[in-house]
Design a protein around this ligand. Structure first.
Ligand code: C2E
Ligand code: CA
Ligand code: CA
Length: 614
């Protein structure tokens, strides 16, 4: 694969007599490092450096021509200076455009020939020797721009030119020897410095770019997109359940898998793409001049190329939109990856980049078009009576043209556009303000999306809202889904622990739809389990026994958690659930989501207390 002309494939390994695995591994690393493409030489850096070399070369030639050479040779070498300046101008003109790495190789050879010609044109003497000093640029940019092999070929070409100039007496033997020595020292120093700089951006295990290197490449590709409408796309791919691979088979096996995948992915990527190891179990790639559909195809290709190992992948893709920063683009692609993991893994999510829709939603949040509906939650364990216990806040978009929109129409957009934090905070503030006006025994449940939960400041934000609205912490429940906790456990769990320490309760929403395992319930930082309505809808007068629901209710009781059943639509379901010991219920039978929680309303809303069976 060429990545901005960068070949990140595994390096060739020289086999020696001693073949202990450690020695071989060290040798492999060493060879790979030495033979890798210099990552500091991006197209812009090469264009700038190349232009500067040519322009200084032109200036030196002109000065020497005017100061040292005889009037007879002026025109010839001034012409050469003009040619060098012209080459410099070409390099400046090409700055930022997508000039192939090999064009710089051609410029290098032309530069070497030009210097040799000027030396010949100025004739033997001080002038020729001064101009020959410019040969130092040959190893300088060769080892800066290219891998070791092409760089030493260019270097050797310069040495041959010097030797020929010495043989034809344009330069003296000591001058040639001195210049070859200086050039060799420059070559060693530049090659070493460039490779040392690269290791800071290289993942030692796979030899790919690391996160810093990848971010830099994305910034540089984004900055080098010249014309309007040109785009680039990013893809993130993570191995599903990689931690389990490591714990079951050992980290050596995990390392081998990562190395194998990096080689396989490199060979599958389209030309011009760059692959990086972005995290412990994840890779990222950037494809210039591609849109989201092409990046999605590439990602599918990568996943398919490795599915024979029985592993699955989750992926996220985003294509740049006009004026977008590199960090915003990376964060959109990562949000898409998180969505794929949250939705159950083994899938690819493409980030929406419908700018008009994003702008409309941002405007709606800013101008208060979002409104909160409340759905009653009742206690089922009141000896045959259902008593109002609180409500769940459910967001709606009161759209000026399309009417009242349900969350299914805009939550995904808010998540992928990075607006979910703002949306969630406004719903939380509104819900807490409302709940503070209700009788003290009523609590309010507010949904939090995975994107919010993994933000380091989420818990602090919730506590600040409680502070502002005056609602006491024990009246607030934050609902999170199981897949969120599964997808990015670290930061999410830290937030939940802070919230619980402050007295806020945490409910596990949609229980039974994700990776539910009853045995995991005691390890999660939760207080309430909300049984998904798919379990409740299966219960009816005719089908009044569900061992699964019975077991779920029993285990939550044993663990000291509360169980809330969602989607109760008829009295039979309520009765069966109450019989199983389910603590609370929610559903159309008790009340649909409505703009306010009217406790005394006689019809259509919760009337409480009412008999559980209606
Ligand atoms: P959820 O948290 O599972 O919310 C319950 C959903 O089930 C609500 O849909 C509610 O109207 C519906 N529902 C309640 N009782 C019944 C019933 O008896 N039968 C049936 N068929 N459905 C019932 P809604 O309001 O459309 O919300 C859908 C989802 O949107 C919510 O699912 C929640 O995941 C998300 N959501 C809603 N508000 C917010 C919010 O403020 N922030 C975030 N992040 N997500 C939200
Ligand atoms: Ca919920
Ligand atoms: Ca739910």
């Amino acid at each position: 694969m060429t990545a901005l002309g960068q070949d990140v494939g595994p390096a060739r390994v020289v086999t020696l007599g001693v073949e202990t695995p450690e020695v071989m591994e060290k040798l492999r690393d060493w060879t790979r490092q030495l033979d890798s493409q210099p990552v500091v030489a991006t197209p812009q850096v090469m264009a700038t450096t190349g232009a500067l070399f040519y322009l200084t070369g032109a200036a030196v030639v002109a000065v020497v021509a005017l100061g040292v050479t005889s009037p007879r040779t002026h025109p010839a070498i001034l012409w050469s200076a003009a040619a060098a300046a012209g080459m410099g101008a070409v390099a400046v003109f090409c700055y930022g455009t997508r000039m192939d790495r090999w064009s710089f190789g051609v410029m290098n050879v032309i530069g070497t020939l030009l210097v040799s010609l000027v030396v010949v044109a100025s004739g033997p003497g001080v002038g020729a020797a001064s101009i020959a000093v410019l040969f130092v640029y040959v190893p300088l940019d060769s080892y800066f721009f290219f891998r070791l092999k092409p760089a030493s070929t260019f270097h050797l070409f310069g040495v041959v030119c010097l030797v020929l100039l010495g043989a034809s007496s344009y330069l003296s033997v000591p001058e040639v020897a001195g210049l070859i020595l200086v050039n060799t020292i420059v070559a060693v120093v530049v090659a070493w410095l460039v490779r040392a700089a690269a290791t800071a951006e290289t993942d030692p295990l796979t030899g790919l770019l690391n996160r810093e290197g990848f971010n830099r490449v994305v910034r540089s590709v984004l900055a080098s997109l010249p014309e309007a409408g040109a785009t680039l796309a990013l893809g993130f791919v993570e191995i599903d359940h990689f931690a389990e691979v490591n714990s079951h088979f050992g980290s050596h096996h995990g390392d081998d898998l990562l190395k194998e995948l990096s080689g396989r992915f490199c060979s599958q990527l389209p030309p011009g793409a760059t692959l990086a190891r972005f995290s412990g179990d994840g890779f990222a790639f950037v494809v210039p001049h591609a849109d989201a559909a092409e990046a999605q195809q590439t990602l599918q290709h990568l996943c398919r190329s490795s599915d024979h190992r029985g592993i699955t992948f989750s992926g996220g893709v985003a294509a740049a939109v006009a004026g977008e920063s590199a960090s915003m683009l990376v964060s959109r692609a990562r949000a898409a990856l998180l969505e794929a993991k949250t939705a159950g893994r083994n899938r690819i999510v493409v980030s929406v980049n419908d700018q008009a829709a994003i702008a409309e939603l941002a405007h709606a949040i800013a101008t208060g078009q979002l409104t909160v509906f409340y759905q009653p939650i009742v206690t089922l364990r009141g000896g045959g009576q259902a008593t109002l216990a609180g409500a769940e806040a459910l967001v709606r978009w009161d759209h000026p043209e399309r009417g009242m929109l349900p969350p299914a129409d805009f939550i995904d957009l808010a998540e992928s556009a990075g607006l979910i934090g703002l949306l969630g905070e406004s719903v939380l503030a509104e819900a807490c303000t409302q709940a503070a006006t209700w009788p003290e025994e009523l609590k309010i449940s507010v949904n939090a999306s995975g994107r919010q939960l993994i933000e380091a400041g989420f818990a602090t934000q919730v506590l600040a809202v409680l502070d502002r609205t005056g609602l006491s912490a024990d009246r607030l429940v934050i609902e999170v889904t199981e897949s969120t906790l599964e997808a990015d456990a670290g930061p999410a769990v830290a937030n939940l622990q802070t919230l619980r320490a402050a007295g806020i309760r945490v409910a596990l929403d949609d229980f039974g739809t994700g990776y539910s395992s009853l045995s995991r319930l005691d390890t999660l930082p939760i207080d309430i389990v909300k049984l998904d309505r798919s379990f409740v809808s299966r219960l009816s007068e005719a089908n009044d026994a569900s061992p699964v629901v019975a077991a779920a209710c029993a285990i939550t009781q044993t663990l000291g958690l509360r169980m809330v059943a969602e989607g109760i639509e008829d009295p039979a379901q309520a009765r069966i659930l109450a019989g199983y010991g389910c603590d609370e219920g929610q559903g159309y039978f008790y009340g649909r989501p409505a703009p306010d929680l009217l406790v005394e309303e006689p019809e259509g809303r919760f009337r409480g207390p009412v008999p559980i069976a209606g």
